[in-house]
Ligand binder design. Structure first.
Ligand SMILES: NC(=O)c1ccc[n+]([C@@H]2O[C@H](COP(=O)([O-])OP(=O)(O)OC[C@H]3O[C@@H](n4cnc5c(N)ncnc54)[C@H](O)[C@@H]3O)[C@@H](O)[C@H]2O)c1
Length: 343
């Protein structure tokens, strides 16, 4: 497995990293099933008697309660942006070398995350990532963008990525599983087995292994967390005139994965949601748009806003899902598609 910490972290990590890698604590353990707490699925009347009250927000009093609790002489304090803050949090973003992954990694850093680890295939990050890395460093406030090379299809490698981040940072709060691939049109009746498996391997198994990598560490630290699985509107609709049976199937699986994981991990205070973008121009979709420019008009005409989206139009939603502003949201699919589904 190739694994590489980028420039921002390399020096600090070199000494710590060599110690960490030598330690048996960091050896990747063979995947073992996590015991499911009986309490997690308790439905008996006795169990229901012990339903806890909702926890208080760390920013309490909030909203109307804050207005009611205010002393006449006190100046009201707006808190809405504080609810979106990711101050001191640590995140893992797969597919973070470019495209939507990199855009969302930057948003998390801007929201105050201490360290955002971008995990992607190339041994070294690209020039776009380097520019964003420098931008985040120059922003100050102790923010860091880090780079690690790993293949999301490799479960052991991904678990080790999670362990290394946790060892170095002492926490794990947010996961964005954004690595994905899309193939050329292929007739569904002729679809080759190997190509079908390849897409599901990255887009479905890889998303699970990424969520596991972060989720195992969230469980270990016991502070909860937020896992965001990047699906697609193609998980719940079929893109008109596109023969993408593998991609669409892989994304449908991610929608159900989010619901299923949310139900298992809710009692551990780990939230899991999926985020489903519509058409946005990135390297992935440029493979189509650059070859067939007429697709821009067609894709734009398929939603009520009459245009495709920009990568930066996911900044708000990913920050909301990652932060305490969405603390009661789990098991949901958030569609950001310009209304593509509404027609
Ligand atoms: N662009 C869109 O219109 C759109 C719409 C809906 C959903 N999505 C989803 O958003 C996510 C990001 O897509 P994008 O548009 O930024 O595409 P992109 O091709 O620009 O980025 C995908 C990233 O995933 C990485 N990756 C691929 N296979 C990997 C592997 N095995 N291990 C680790 N990293 C791997 C790539 O190297 C790349 O950096 C994907 O899951 C995609 O399906 C994109």
């Amino acid at each position: 497995m190739a694994m590489h910490l980028a420039y921002g972290s390399r020096n600090a990590a070199r000494s710590a990293g060599s110690r960490l890698l030598a330690s048996t604590a960091l050896r990747t353990r063979a995947p073992t099933p996590v015991p499911v707490s009986a309490r997690a699925f308790a439905t008996t009347p006795a169990a229901r008697l012990h339903v806890p009250a909702p926890p208080e927000s760390p920013l309490a009093p909030l909203g109307v309660a804050a207005a009611l609790a205010r002393e006449a002489t006190e100046a009201p304090q707006p808190k809405i942006f504080a609810e979106f803050a990711l101050t001191d949090r640590v995140a893992l973003v797969s597919g973070g070398n470019r495209g939507l992954g990199l855009e969302m990694a930057l948003a998390l850093a801007e929201a105050g995350a201490r360290a955002v680890y971008c995990v992607d295939l190339p041994a070294m990050p690209g020039t776009e990532w380097e520019a964003v890395h420098e931008y985040v460093g120059a922003m100050g406030g102790g923010r860091r963008l880090e780079y690690m090379s790993a293949d999301v299809r490799d479960q052991e490698a991904m678990w080790e990525v999670g362990e290394q981040i946790a060892e170095k940072e002492g926490r794990m709060d947010v996961c964005v599983a954004a690595a994905g691939i899309l193939k050329a049109h292929t007739d569904c009746l002729e679809y080759p087995a190997e190509q079908f498996r390849e897409v599901l391997d990255v887009n479905t198994s890889g998303v699970l292994f990424t969520a596991q990598a972060a989720g195992r560490q969230m469980q270990r630290f016991g502070n909860g967390g937020s896992i965001i699985l990047i699906a697609s509107m193609s998980g719940s609709i079929t893109n008109k005139d596109h023969a993408w049976v593998s991609y669409n199937s892989s994304k449908s699986a991610v929608l159900q994965m989010a619901r299923s994981m949310a139900c298992e991990l809710g009692p551990r205070n780990i939230r899991v949601n999926s985020l489903s973008p519509g058409h946005i121009k990135t390297t992935m979709t440029a493979a189509y748009l650059d070859q067939q420019p007429e697709l821009l008009d067609k894709w734009s005409s398929l939603n009520p806003l009459g245009r495709i989206g920009r990568p930066d139009e996911l900044r708000g939603v990913v920050t909301w899902l990652a932060s305490d502003a969405s603390s009661f949201c789990t098991g949901s699919d958030i569609l950001v598609s310009g209304g593509h589904h509404s027609w």
